[in-house]
Design a protein around this ligand. Structure first.
Ligand SMILES: Nc1ncnc2c1ncn2[C@@H]1O[C@H](COP(=O)(O)OP(=O)(O)OP(=O)(O)O)[C@@H](O)[C@H]1O
Ligand SMILES: [Mg+2]
Length: 230
């Protein structure tokens, strides 16, 4: 089973949601986390954050590309004198999917969907299309989220990407949830409150409540390449 954790933008909670999702499944199946391209590594990495928050059961794979400045990948790569090669990421992903076996592989996106990976305008959305994995969209629960989330869903759908649902991050807001579900024709599969402190313990507690109705779990089980066969 594989899922991409993407979001309406940067710093929206993709890493925290990834940690909660991994903690939810840890103990039941093998759990693996992978951030293919990371920028801002000088401020600490998402991979280290996930390893610390989700616990020792999580296997954290090495990034394909890692850049120190907190910049868009196309720019961070240019400053490093490197060109991001999508094919390198795609072949690493094929290997990781195989090695994850029947477990859960969580792939974290970079920023939002239309973030450029190369100077030629190859976008994260192009990579996700080529990866062909269901996308979970992390969005804020707060004012402004309806517009950001609907834009993201429209971009996903117009590119033929598969939507696994939305996670709202922050204090619960029922009207925002309803609007996103209704106008975005999707399900909010989980709401994640602000964790204070943000720690392995609070992540584990949030994991027990995450996807309580099993909507995401069913979606991921049904999206497996071998689902429905045999
Ligand atoms: N539910 C939450 N509870 C507590 N802190 C949170 C929560 N969600 C996000 N944060 C904090 O907000 C900041 C941004 O969250 P996070 O790193 O998960 O965002 P991101 O979308 O992964 O960002 P990036 O685009 O850099 O990968 C972090 O400092 C994180 O600890
Ligand atoms: Mg992150």
């Amino acid at each position: 089973m594989e899922v991409v954790v993407t979001g309406t933008g940067t710093e929206i909670g993709k890493t925290v949601v990834s940690a909660v999702l991994l903690a939810r499944w840890a103990g039941r199946v093998g759990v693996t986390y992978w951030k293919p391209v990371a920028t801002g590594a000088e401020e600490g990495s998402d991979s280290l954050e996930v390893a610390s928050l989700a616990g020792p059961e999580v296997r954290v794979l090495k990034e394909c590309y890692r850049f120190a400045p907190p910049l868009s990948p196309h720019l961070a790569a240019r400053m490093a004198g490197v060109e991001i090669e999508p094919e390198r990421i795609l072949s690493a992903c094929r290997r990781h999917r195989e090695s994850a076996g029947g477990g859960l592989l969580v792939v974290e996106g970079i920023g939002g969907l239309l973030v450029p990976l190369t100077d030629r305008g190859y976008l994260l959305a192009d990579l996700l299309k080529a990866l062909d994995l269901p996308c979970l969209v992390v969005a804020s629960s707060q004012l402004g989220t309806i517009n950001h989330t609907l834009l993201t869903l429209e971009a996903l759908r117009s590119r033929g990407l598969s939507l696994a649902g939305v996670v709202l991050n922050g204090p619960s807001n029922l009207e925002n949830r309803r609007a996103i579900e209704r106008f975005g024709r999707t399900r909010v599969v989980a709401e994640l409150e602000l964790l204070d402190p943000l720690s392995r313990e609070t992540v584990a507690r949030a994991a027990s409540e995450f996807d309580r109705d099993g909507v995401l779990e069913r979606h991921l089980l049904e999206s497996r390449p071998d689902a429905g066969m045999g």
